[in-house]
Design a protein around this ligand. Structure first.
Ligand code: NOJ
Length: 530
């Protein structure tokens, strides 16, 4: 790995979903000034990079992933000037900023689509994928991925909501436009991009697959293999990526991406978004250990995440969001952020925010949820329906950030929020957490502090030393003579022998002499040299 790549291992990202982070002008929706206001909070936590979910002009059918103008800021979020101020303030405080780049589709309100539908010979017609009848049986949001457009007199492809039309990347003009979009934000000073469903920009028509088509690498290289992008950090969202794909997408000499998000661990407890399946925490160990090994052996960078704006809260989804919420939240943080790769923390994860429960469709915004509801409301038993919805809804991650237990949880001054407030905000919020004897925030802060000080945690080799046990995850990191041992116990009390010479640096339970570890106990040790 070159020095440039190695330095990326020093990043610790915090993902901000701008609609829900902080509403500085009390209009019910978060905004860029709200983010700027909270920079001291990010510094206190100890992150040095931010991934901002889409801030672009959008009708908001898919939380901003339906862009109608790639160069304008969503009105409720502020202006381009606010963006500049936010970026400058981040840079002045040593924080890098990557923004979301959504190349696969635009909103149907985008000028290109509005032009394209007008006639077959409109210069923008070929920006999208049209056909006289559906070309396959692809499904999106519980319906056909092909929608007939009356104005155009043809069907267009939408792999997500019908208001998100897929761009035709086979058209060189589309690729040119997208390069220009990237350059616009690079010139403004952003440090990189999180690339939304990037592996879908080339469709595999032959194998009837929405992603990983034959031109994928060529198109990505056309975007990011340029001189202009040589210091840009990129992370691609790649749902179905296997080792081979990842090697090709992120190999350092490939001129493609820096790293990817792949979702094998996240997918372990569900068959699809609204269909849970049996899961045990030892599967995390198996998946993580496997990918640590692969990325290490191939000199690739791994991303360490368990939440984002599309996923339920980890304590509710994978562990205990009741009595052992603190222990669960901190155990996951330990397990993840001591591994080799780049940590990503999703807003609210650092105070152990839980999933919510609503049983009126008006209380949801997520279009995947509303389309699931439409498709199944008359099919499923009511309780089953709401249980599945509350398990899978992406709104679990999108309620306004609870800053304190006062009006609107400190998100704003009381204006009706775009999505209901997080129901637990009076109990679970930043202020209360920081004042608590067992504070998730403080633990995250110490953990990130430790990571900053330890070369072994950032650059060291990874080795799984759990052995055959399925009750816990024990691994070691080592760099230049420094050795760290990390222990994460799962849900049951377990007796675990540690390697000789372990001195505890941090843990989520009081230190103890014996080797019996409590449910969700996690600890980090320095291993003394013999
Ligand atoms: C993945 C994004 O994370 C998600 O929020 C969005 O709905 C789809 N891509 C479509 O852009």
């Amino acid at each position: 790995m070159t020095e440039k790549y190695e330095n990326f291992l020093d990043f610790v990202f915090y993902q901000i979903y701008p609609r829900s982070f902080k509403d500085s002008n009390n209009d019910g929706m978060g905004d860029l000034r709200g983010i700027t206001e909270k920079i001291p909070y990010l510094l206190e936590l100890g992150v040095n990079a931010v991934w901002l979910s889409p801030h672009y002009k959008s009708p908001g059918k898919d939380g901003g992933y339906d862009i109608s103008d790639y160069r304008a800021v969503q009105e409720e979020f502020g202006t381009l000037e606010d963006f500049r101020e936010m970026l400058d303030a981040m840079h002045a405080n040593g924080i890098k900023l990557i923004v979301d780049f959504v190349p696969n589709h635009t909103s149907t309100e985008h000028y290109w689509f509005q032009e394209a539908r007008k006639s077959k010979d409109n210069p923008y017609r070929d920006f999208y994928i049209w056909a006289d009848k559906p070309l396959n049986d692809w499904v999106a949001c519980c319906e056909s991925a092909w929608k007939y457009d009356d104005v155009a007199g043809q069907y267009y492809l939408h792999c997500f909501d019908p208001t998100q039309a897929d761009l035709n990347w086979e058209n060189p003009r589309v690729r040119e436009e997208m390069k220009n979009v990237l350059d616009f934000w690079i010139d403004l000073g952003v440090d990189g991009f999180r690339c939304d469903v990037i592996d879908m920009i080339s469709k595999d028509w032959e194998n009837n697959r929405m992603n990983k088509g034959p031109h994928l690498h060529e198109y990505i290289r056309e975007l990011f293999g340029r001189e202009k992008c040589k210091n840009i950090f990129t992370v691609g969202e790649c749902w179905g990526a296997n080792v081979e794909n990842i090697r090709n997408l992120t190999g350092e000499n490939r001129g493609e991406l820096t790293t990817v998000f792949q979702f094998e661990h996240i997918n372990r407890n569900c068959r699809s978004r609204f269909e849970p399946k049996n899961f045990s925490l030892s599967e995390f160990r198996e998946v993580f250990a496997k990918w640590q090994k692969i990325t290490q052996e191939n000199d690739l960078i791994y991303t360490l995440f368990i939440e984002n704006h599309d996923q339920g809260r980890c304590v509710s989804r994978f562990a205990d969001d009741g009595a052992l919420r603190y222990e669960s939240a901190t155990m996951f943080a330990t397990m993840l952020y001591c591994m080799r790769g780049i940590p990503f923390i999703y807003q609210g994860q650092e105070i152990g925010v839980t999933n919510s429960y609503f049983d009126k469709i008006e209380d949801f915004d997520d279009m995947e949820t509303t389309s699931f509801y439409r498709a199944y409301k008359d099919v499923l038993d009511k309780d089953d329906l709401w249980n599945l919805i509350n398990f899978g809804t992406r709104d679990n991650a999108r309620h306004p950030m609870p800053w304190n237990g006062e009006t609107a949880g400190g998100f704003n001054e009381g204006a009706k929020t775009w999505l209901p407030l997080y129901p637990e905000y009076r109990k679970i919020n930043v202020e209360a957490d920081k004042q608590s004897e067992i504070s998730v925030f403080r633990y995250f802060k110490s953990l990130l502090g430790l990571r900053r000080q330890s070369e072994a945690l950032r650059r060291g080799i990874f080795e799984d030393i759990t052995g055959e046990a399925k009750t816990h995850f024990l691994y070691r990191r080592e760099y230049d003579g420094e050795e760290i041992v990390v222990l994460c116990n799962f849900e049951k009390e377990t007796e675990i022998s540690l390697p000789e010479g372990c001195v505890r640096l941090l843990g989520n339970y009081p230190e103890h002499e014996n080797n019996v570890f409590a449910p969700y106990e996690a600890a980090i040790y320095k291993k003394l040299k013999r």
